[in-house]
Design a protein around this ligand. Structure first.
Ligand SMILES: *Cc1c(COP(=O)(O)O)cnc(C)c1O
Length: 387
Protein backbone atom coordinates (compact mmCIF):
# COMPACT_ATOMS: atom_id res chain seq x y z
CA UNK A 1 0.00 0.00 0.00
CA UNK A 2 2.94 2.32 0.65
CA UNK A 3 5.93 2.71 -1.61
CA UNK A 4 8.78 4.32 0.29
CA UNK A 5 6.37 6.46 2.31
CA UNK A 6 4.17 7.43 -0.63
CA UNK A 7 0.55 6.47 -0.49
CA UNK A 8 -0.67 4.61 -3.53
CA UNK A 9 -4.15 3.64 -2.31
CA UNK A 10 -6.72 5.60 -0.33
CA UNK A 11 -7.03 4.57 3.28
CA UNK A 12 -7.96 6.57 6.35
CA UNK A 13 -5.00 8.22 8.02
CA UNK A 14 -4.70 10.43 11.08
CA UNK A 15 -2.29 12.76 9.26
CA UNK A 16 -0.75 13.04 5.80
CA UNK A 17 1.03 15.42 3.48
CA UNK A 18 -0.15 16.26 0.00
CA UNK A 19 2.42 16.92 -2.68
CA UNK A 20 0.91 18.85 -5.58
CA UNK A 21 2.47 17.61 -8.82
CA UNK A 22 1.05 20.50 -10.89
CA UNK A 23 2.84 23.01 -8.64
CA UNK A 24 6.16 21.20 -9.08
CA UNK A 25 5.74 21.10 -12.86
CA UNK A 26 4.85 24.78 -12.93
CA UNK A 27 7.87 25.79 -10.82
CA UNK A 28 10.21 23.70 -12.96
CA UNK A 29 8.76 25.18 -16.15
CA UNK A 30 9.39 28.60 -14.69
CA UNK A 31 13.07 27.85 -14.14
CA UNK A 32 13.32 26.38 -17.63
CA UNK A 33 11.96 29.64 -19.02
CA UNK A 34 14.42 31.86 -17.17
CA UNK A 35 17.69 29.90 -17.46
CA UNK A 36 19.69 29.91 -20.67
CA UNK A 37 19.02 27.38 -23.46
CA UNK A 38 22.42 25.79 -23.03
CA UNK A 39 22.00 25.39 -19.27
CA UNK A 40 20.79 22.12 -17.76
CA UNK A 41 18.57 21.91 -14.70
CA UNK A 42 19.39 19.83 -11.61
CA UNK A 43 16.56 19.23 -9.15
CA UNK A 44 18.06 19.28 -5.66
CA UNK A 45 16.28 16.51 -3.74
CA UNK A 46 18.55 16.15 -0.71
CA UNK A 47 17.00 15.87 2.77
CA UNK A 48 14.10 13.74 1.54
CA UNK A 49 13.37 16.32 -1.17
CA UNK A 50 13.33 19.17 1.37
CA UNK A 51 10.86 17.17 3.44
CA UNK A 52 8.44 16.66 0.55
CA UNK A 53 9.31 12.97 0.19
CA UNK A 54 11.97 11.73 -2.25
CA UNK A 55 9.71 8.99 -3.61
CA UNK A 56 6.89 11.48 -4.13
CA UNK A 57 8.96 14.18 -5.84
CA UNK A 58 11.42 12.27 -8.04
CA UNK A 59 8.87 10.59 -10.37
CA UNK A 60 7.02 13.88 -10.89
CA UNK A 61 10.18 15.90 -11.51
CA UNK A 62 11.95 13.27 -13.63
CA UNK A 63 10.55 14.16 -17.08
CA UNK A 64 11.28 17.87 -16.53
CA UNK A 65 14.86 17.88 -15.24
CA UNK A 66 18.25 16.82 -16.56
CA UNK A 67 19.83 15.89 -13.25
CA UNK A 68 19.04 15.12 -9.65
CA UNK A 69 21.34 16.49 -6.95
CA UNK A 70 21.59 14.94 -3.49
CA UNK A 71 23.89 15.10 -0.47
CA UNK A 72 24.77 11.45 0.12
CA UNK A 73 25.62 8.38 -1.92
CA UNK A 74 22.72 6.51 -0.33
CA UNK A 75 20.28 9.18 -1.54
CA UNK A 76 21.66 8.62 -5.05
CA UNK A 77 21.10 4.89 -4.61
CA UNK A 78 17.51 5.54 -3.47
CA UNK A 79 16.84 7.37 -6.75
CA UNK A 80 18.25 4.39 -8.69
CA UNK A 81 16.03 2.07 -6.62
CA UNK A 82 13.01 4.14 -7.68
CA UNK A 83 14.01 3.26 -11.25
CA UNK A 84 15.47 6.53 -12.54
CA UNK A 85 18.64 6.58 -14.62
CA UNK A 86 19.23 10.35 -14.67
CA UNK A 87 22.64 11.80 -14.04
CA UNK A 88 22.91 12.37 -10.30
CA UNK A 89 25.23 14.78 -8.55
CA UNK A 90 26.31 13.83 -5.02
CA UNK A 91 27.21 17.12 -3.36
CA UNK A 92 28.24 15.99 0.12
CA UNK A 93 31.18 14.10 1.56
CA UNK A 94 31.25 10.43 0.65
CA UNK A 95 33.26 8.17 2.94
CA UNK A 96 35.34 5.24 1.71
CA UNK A 97 32.67 2.86 3.01
CA UNK A 98 29.99 4.47 0.84
CA UNK A 99 31.74 4.67 -2.53
CA UNK A 100 30.29 1.28 -3.58
CA UNK A 101 26.87 3.00 -3.79
CA UNK A 102 28.08 5.16 -6.71
CA UNK A 103 27.82 4.29 -10.39
CA UNK A 104 29.18 5.69 -13.65
CA UNK A 105 26.27 8.17 -13.99
CA UNK A 106 26.48 9.34 -10.40
CA UNK A 107 28.81 12.32 -10.41
CA UNK A 108 30.42 13.52 -7.26
CA UNK A 109 31.84 16.72 -5.76
CA UNK A 110 35.49 16.25 -4.84
CA UNK A 111 37.17 18.84 -2.66
CA UNK A 112 40.07 16.91 -1.18
CA UNK A 113 42.63 14.24 -2.03
CA UNK A 114 41.15 11.65 0.30
CA UNK A 115 37.92 11.37 -1.68
CA UNK A 116 39.90 11.33 -4.96
CA UNK A 117 41.97 8.40 -3.64
CA UNK A 118 38.85 6.52 -2.47
CA UNK A 119 37.30 6.90 -5.92
CA UNK A 120 40.56 5.70 -7.51
CA UNK A 121 40.41 2.63 -5.32
CA UNK A 122 36.79 2.01 -6.30
CA UNK A 123 37.81 2.14 -9.96
CA UNK A 124 40.70 -0.28 -9.45
CA UNK A 125 38.56 -2.70 -7.40
CA UNK A 126 35.29 -2.66 -9.30
CA UNK A 127 35.94 -0.93 -12.60
CA UNK A 128 33.39 1.83 -11.85
CA UNK A 129 34.70 5.21 -12.99
CA UNK A 130 32.82 7.91 -11.09
CA UNK A 131 32.81 11.27 -12.91
CA UNK A 132 34.33 14.01 -10.76
CA UNK A 133 33.24 17.61 -10.29
CA UNK A 134 35.92 19.54 -8.47
CA UNK A 135 34.31 21.91 -5.98
CA UNK A 136 36.16 25.20 -5.52
CA UNK A 137 35.78 27.33 -2.45
CA UNK A 138 35.46 30.90 -3.66
CA UNK A 139 34.78 32.47 -0.27
CA UNK A 140 32.05 30.46 1.45
CA UNK A 141 34.77 28.70 3.46
CA UNK A 142 32.69 25.62 3.83
CA UNK A 143 33.24 22.65 1.52
CA UNK A 144 35.59 23.08 -1.42
CA UNK A 145 39.23 23.30 -2.44
CA UNK A 146 41.12 26.55 -2.15
CA UNK A 147 41.71 28.04 -5.66
CA UNK A 148 45.49 27.89 -5.05
CA UNK A 149 45.28 24.11 -4.67
CA UNK A 150 42.80 23.55 -7.48
CA UNK A 151 45.23 22.43 -10.18
CA UNK A 152 46.97 20.09 -7.73
CA UNK A 153 43.67 18.40 -6.89
CA UNK A 154 42.68 18.13 -10.57
CA UNK A 155 46.06 16.43 -11.14
CA UNK A 156 45.41 13.96 -8.33
CA UNK A 157 42.00 13.08 -9.78
CA UNK A 158 43.54 12.46 -13.20
CA UNK A 159 46.34 10.41 -11.61
CA UNK A 160 43.68 8.16 -10.10
CA UNK A 161 42.47 7.42 -13.65
CA UNK A 162 39.33 9.52 -13.22
CA UNK A 163 37.83 12.30 -15.35
CA UNK A 164 37.28 15.85 -14.15
CA UNK A 165 33.96 16.50 -15.89
CA UNK A 166 32.80 19.38 -13.72
CA UNK A 167 33.92 22.51 -11.91
CA UNK A 168 31.60 23.94 -9.29
CA UNK A 169 31.29 26.48 -6.51
CA UNK A 170 28.61 27.63 -4.06
CA UNK A 171 27.61 31.14 -2.94
CA UNK A 172 27.95 32.35 0.65
CA UNK A 173 25.33 35.05 1.14
CA UNK A 174 23.31 35.42 -2.01
CA UNK A 175 20.04 34.86 -0.08
CA UNK A 176 20.91 37.17 2.78
CA UNK A 177 21.30 40.56 1.24
CA UNK A 178 20.01 42.96 -1.39
CA UNK A 179 23.60 43.86 -2.11
CA UNK A 180 25.36 41.21 -4.16
CA UNK A 181 28.91 42.52 -4.25
CA UNK A 182 30.32 39.48 -2.41
CA UNK A 183 28.49 37.06 -4.72
CA UNK A 184 29.94 38.92 -7.71
CA UNK A 185 33.42 38.66 -6.24
CA UNK A 186 32.89 34.89 -5.78
CA UNK A 187 31.82 34.65 -9.39
CA UNK A 188 34.96 36.55 -10.46
CA UNK A 189 37.17 34.13 -8.51
CA UNK A 190 35.27 31.20 -10.04
CA UNK A 191 35.82 32.55 -13.57
CA UNK A 192 39.57 32.75 -12.89
CA UNK A 193 39.47 29.11 -11.79
CA UNK A 194 37.70 28.08 -14.99
CA UNK A 195 40.39 29.81 -17.06
CA UNK A 196 43.20 28.24 -15.05
CA UNK A 197 41.79 24.73 -15.39
CA UNK A 198 41.25 25.15 -19.15
CA UNK A 199 44.77 26.49 -19.61
CA UNK A 200 45.97 23.25 -18.09
CA UNK A 201 44.21 21.13 -20.65
CA UNK A 202 41.15 20.18 -18.62
CA UNK A 203 37.88 21.31 -20.18
CA UNK A 204 35.02 20.15 -17.96
CA UNK A 205 31.63 20.24 -19.71
CA UNK A 206 29.76 20.93 -16.48
CA UNK A 207 30.40 24.32 -14.93
CA UNK A 208 28.01 25.31 -12.17
CA UNK A 209 27.51 27.75 -9.31
CA UNK A 210 23.82 28.60 -9.05
CA UNK A 211 21.40 27.60 -6.29
CA UNK A 212 17.78 28.86 -6.38
CA UNK A 213 18.62 32.47 -5.50
CA UNK A 214 21.35 32.70 -8.13
CA UNK A 215 19.18 30.97 -10.72
CA UNK A 216 16.49 33.57 -10.00
CA UNK A 217 18.73 36.63 -9.91
CA UNK A 218 21.98 36.05 -11.82
CA UNK A 219 21.88 34.96 -15.44
CA UNK A 220 25.68 35.23 -15.48
CA UNK A 221 25.82 32.33 -12.96
CA UNK A 222 24.00 29.92 -15.31
CA UNK A 223 27.09 28.39 -16.95
CA UNK A 224 26.07 24.88 -18.11
CA UNK A 225 24.08 23.67 -15.09
CA UNK A 226 22.02 25.14 -12.24
CA UNK A 227 21.18 23.38 -8.96
CA UNK A 228 17.70 24.40 -7.86
CA UNK A 229 16.35 23.34 -4.47
CA UNK A 230 13.95 25.40 -2.36
CA UNK A 231 12.31 27.30 -5.22
CA UNK A 232 11.40 24.24 -7.22
CA UNK A 233 9.20 23.35 -4.23
CA UNK A 234 7.58 26.78 -4.60
CA UNK A 235 9.40 28.84 -1.96
CA UNK A 236 11.51 31.96 -2.17
CA UNK A 237 14.95 31.40 -0.61
CA UNK A 238 14.41 34.56 1.46
CA UNK A 239 12.54 37.86 1.50
CA UNK A 240 15.73 39.52 0.28
CA UNK A 241 15.74 37.29 -2.80
CA UNK A 242 12.10 38.08 -3.47
CA UNK A 243 12.76 41.79 -3.09
CA UNK A 244 15.85 41.60 -5.31
CA UNK A 245 13.77 39.88 -7.97
CA UNK A 246 11.13 42.64 -7.78
CA UNK A 247 13.73 45.39 -8.03
CA UNK A 248 15.21 43.73 -11.10
CA UNK A 249 11.81 43.05 -12.70
CA UNK A 250 9.55 46.04 -12.02
CA UNK A 251 6.89 44.73 -14.41
CA UNK A 252 7.20 40.95 -14.34
CA UNK A 253 5.97 38.95 -11.37
CA UNK A 254 7.08 35.41 -10.70
CA UNK A 255 4.56 32.95 -9.36
CA UNK A 256 6.24 30.23 -7.34
CA UNK A 257 3.63 27.69 -6.18
CA UNK A 258 4.19 25.95 -2.84
CA UNK A 259 3.54 22.27 -3.46
CA UNK A 260 3.16 20.88 0.04
CA UNK A 261 0.10 20.71 2.31
CA UNK A 262 -0.07 18.94 5.65
CA UNK A 263 -3.39 17.74 6.99
CA UNK A 264 -4.83 15.90 9.93
CA UNK A 265 -8.24 15.15 11.41
CA UNK A 266 -9.91 16.07 14.69
CA UNK A 267 -9.41 13.15 17.07
CA UNK A 268 -11.57 14.35 19.96
CA UNK A 269 -13.60 17.39 21.08
CA UNK A 270 -13.18 18.69 24.64
CA UNK A 271 -15.66 21.03 26.30
CA UNK A 272 -14.21 23.35 28.94
CA UNK A 273 -15.79 25.73 31.46
CA UNK A 274 -14.36 29.24 31.80
CA UNK A 275 -11.37 29.11 34.15
CA UNK A 276 -10.21 25.61 33.24
CA UNK A 277 -6.64 25.17 32.01
CA UNK A 278 -5.29 23.19 29.11
CA UNK A 279 -2.47 20.69 28.67
CA UNK A 280 0.97 20.25 30.18
CA UNK A 281 2.10 23.09 32.40
CA UNK A 282 -1.46 24.52 32.35
CA UNK A 283 -0.15 27.32 30.13
CA UNK A 284 -3.51 28.33 28.69
CA UNK A 285 -6.71 29.17 30.56
CA UNK A 286 -10.15 29.22 28.95
CA UNK A 287 -11.68 32.69 29.47
CA UNK A 288 -15.06 31.48 28.26
CA UNK A 289 -16.89 28.23 27.68
CA UNK A 290 -14.58 26.62 25.13
CA UNK A 291 -14.57 23.81 22.56
CA UNK A 292 -11.15 22.34 21.97
CA UNK A 293 -10.20 20.08 19.09
CA UNK A 294 -7.56 17.50 19.93
CA UNK A 295 -5.26 16.84 16.93
CA UNK A 296 -3.13 13.68 16.64
CA UNK A 297 0.00 15.59 15.56
CA UNK A 298 2.88 16.85 17.69
CA UNK A 299 6.49 17.86 17.68
CA UNK A 300 7.76 14.35 16.96
CA UNK A 301 5.81 14.64 13.70
CA UNK A 302 7.59 17.89 12.81
CA UNK A 303 4.97 20.29 14.18
CA UNK A 304 7.25 22.59 16.23
CA UNK A 305 6.70 22.84 19.97
CA UNK A 306 7.31 26.58 19.56
CA UNK A 307 3.87 26.84 17.90
CA UNK A 308 2.11 26.23 21.22
CA UNK A 309 0.11 29.40 21.96
CA UNK A 310 1.30 30.99 18.70
CA UNK A 311 0.33 28.90 15.68
CA UNK A 312 -3.00 28.45 13.94
CA UNK A 313 -4.65 25.82 11.80
CA UNK A 314 -7.45 26.03 9.23
CA UNK A 315 -10.67 24.12 9.76
CA UNK A 316 -13.89 24.53 7.76
CA UNK A 317 -12.14 27.36 5.94
CA UNK A 318 -11.50 29.34 9.13
CA UNK A 319 -8.46 29.86 11.36
CA UNK A 320 -8.30 28.29 14.83
CA UNK A 321 -5.50 29.08 17.28
CA UNK A 322 -3.16 26.47 18.75
CA UNK A 323 -3.53 26.70 22.53
CA UNK A 324 -1.45 25.28 25.36
CA UNK A 325 1.69 23.31 24.69
CA UNK A 326 2.29 21.22 21.60
CA UNK A 327 3.00 17.69 22.87
CA UNK A 328 5.01 14.87 21.33
CA UNK A 329 2.06 13.53 19.33
CA UNK A 330 -0.86 15.79 20.24
CA UNK A 331 -1.81 19.44 19.70
CA UNK A 332 -4.86 21.37 20.86
CA UNK A 333 -6.76 24.06 19.00
CA UNK A 334 -9.55 26.34 20.16
CA UNK A 335 -12.53 25.79 17.84
CA UNK A 336 -15.12 27.66 19.90
CA UNK A 337 -15.61 30.08 17.00
CA UNK A 338 -16.04 27.28 14.46
CA UNK A 339 -18.94 25.50 16.16
CA UNK A 340 -19.60 22.99 13.36
CA UNK A 341 -16.28 21.19 13.97
CA UNK A 342 -16.72 17.49 14.81
CA UNK A 343 -14.52 14.47 15.36
CA UNK A 344 -13.10 13.27 12.03
CA UNK A 345 -13.15 16.70 10.35
CA UNK A 346 -10.15 17.62 8.23
CA UNK A 347 -7.70 20.20 9.59
CA UNK A 348 -5.02 22.00 7.58
CA UNK A 349 -1.75 22.45 9.45
CA UNK A 350 0.12 23.78 6.41
CA UNK A 351 -1.38 24.84 3.11
CA UNK A 352 -4.24 26.73 1.59
CA UNK A 353 -8.01 26.74 1.95
CA UNK A 354 -9.59 29.29 -0.39
CA UNK A 355 -8.18 32.70 0.43
CA UNK A 356 -6.52 31.59 3.65
CA UNK A 357 -3.06 30.11 3.71
CA UNK A 358 -0.74 28.83 6.40
CA UNK A 359 2.65 29.00 4.75
CA UNK A 360 5.89 27.24 5.60
CA UNK A 361 7.30 30.75 6.07
CA UNK A 362 4.63 31.59 8.69
CA UNK A 363 5.26 28.41 10.69
CA UNK A 364 9.05 28.70 10.33
CA UNK A 365 8.96 32.34 11.45
CA UNK A 366 6.88 31.51 14.53
CA UNK A 367 9.27 28.68 15.35
CA UNK A 368 12.28 30.99 15.03
CA UNK A 369 13.72 29.40 11.91
CA UNK A 370 13.61 29.52 8.10
CA UNK A 371 11.52 27.68 5.52
CA UNK A 372 14.53 25.48 4.59
CA UNK A 373 14.85 24.07 8.11
CA UNK A 374 11.14 23.74 8.78
CA UNK A 375 10.51 21.85 5.53
CA UNK A 376 13.59 19.63 5.59
CA UNK A 377 12.84 18.51 9.16
CA UNK A 378 9.37 17.23 8.28
CA UNK A 379 9.74 13.58 9.17
CA UNK A 380 9.64 10.75 6.64
CA UNK A 381 7.07 8.76 8.67
CA UNK A 382 4.18 11.05 7.68
CA UNK A 383 2.68 9.61 4.50
CA UNK A 384 2.99 11.74 1.35
CA UNK A 385 0.11 11.62 -1.13
CA UNK A 386 0.85 12.84 -4.63
CA UNK A 387 -2.20 14.81 -5.81
C1 LIG B 1 21.36 22.62 -1.15
C2 LIG B 1 22.26 23.07 -2.21
C3 LIG B 1 21.76 23.75 -3.35
C4 LIG B 1 20.31 24.17 -3.48
O1 LIG B 1 20.10 25.38 -2.76
P1 LIG B 1 18.68 26.12 -2.80
O2 LIG B 1 18.95 27.41 -2.14
O3 LIG B 1 17.75 25.27 -2.01
O4 LIG B 1 18.29 26.21 -4.22
C5 LIG B 1 22.65 24.05 -4.36
N1 LIG B 1 23.96 23.74 -4.25
C6 LIG B 1 24.48 23.12 -3.17
C7 LIG B 1 25.93 22.83 -3.11
C8 LIG B 1 23.64 22.77 -2.11
O5 LIG B 1 24.16 22.17 -1.04
Amino acid sequence: MYTMGVMTKDILLSQWMEVRSSALRSNLALFRSIIGDSTQLAAVVKANAYGHGLAAVVPVAAPHVDWFAVHTASEARAIRDLGFGHRILVMGYVSAADTYLLDADTHIFVSNSEVARNLGELKRNSGVSVPVHVKVDTGTNRQGINPDELLGLCGEVVDQGLDVVGLATHFANIEDTLEHEFARSQMERFRECIVRVRENGINPPWIHAACSAAALLFREADFTLVRVGISMYGHWPSRETQLSWRMGHPKGSLQLEPMLSWKTVVGQIQKLEAGETVGYGRTWTALRETRLAVLPVGYSDGYPRALGGRGRVLVHGRPAPVVGRVCMNISLVDVTDVPEVEVGDEVILLGRDGELEISAEELAGLAGTINYEFLSRLPPHVIRKVV
